[in-house]
Design a protein around this ligand. Structure first.
Ligand code: SF4
Length: 132
């Protein structure tokens, strides 16, 4: 999806892709991913249009360097490489991109230590959003 910024290491016929935070993050907002992101490109929405930008974390697609460090850290398993976002979460990819239109309403998320969910809570959250 991304086209403006091409990392230097990308070959001519390769397409750059970001990591995407899906709705599995909603109202969970565990910041374990924030602690490992080397470029501080994981954001929280601070504006009032919560119908458009619900309570979850967002990755800035043009700042993400595609390192993948965040993906295994999310206890809710909410983060996917863009090409691997499940179909049921396909709306979440453009939502992460949409934050680039409103960057003034976002701030870099800060890491806070949180209690990790139990495996049954993770599965329940997946079912709630239609996955699994
Ligand atoms: Fe940050 Fe790397 Fe995750 Fe992108 S893939 S959001 S740079 S930790």
């Amino acid at each position: 999806m991304r086209s403006e910024r091409r990392p230097r290491w990308l070959k001519e016929n390769e397409v750059a892709m970001a990591y995407i935070i899906t709705r599995l993050c909603r109202d969970c907002v565990d910041t374990a991913c924030v602690a490992v992101c080397p470029v501080d490109c994981i954001y929280l929405y601070k504006g009032s249009d919560t119908a458009t930008f619900p309570n979850q974390l967002y990755i800035h697609p043009d700042e993400c360097i595609d390192c993948g460090a965040c993906e295994p850290e999310c206890p809710w398993q909410a983060i996917f490489e863009e090409a691997a976002v499940p179909e049921v979460f396909s709306d979440d990819t453009p939502l992460n991109y949409k934050m680039m239109e409103k960057t003034d309403d976002f701030e870099v998320a800060q890491h806070e230590t949180q209690q990790k969910p139990a495996s049954d809570e993770i599965e329940k959250n997946k079912k709630k959003w239609g996955w699994g």
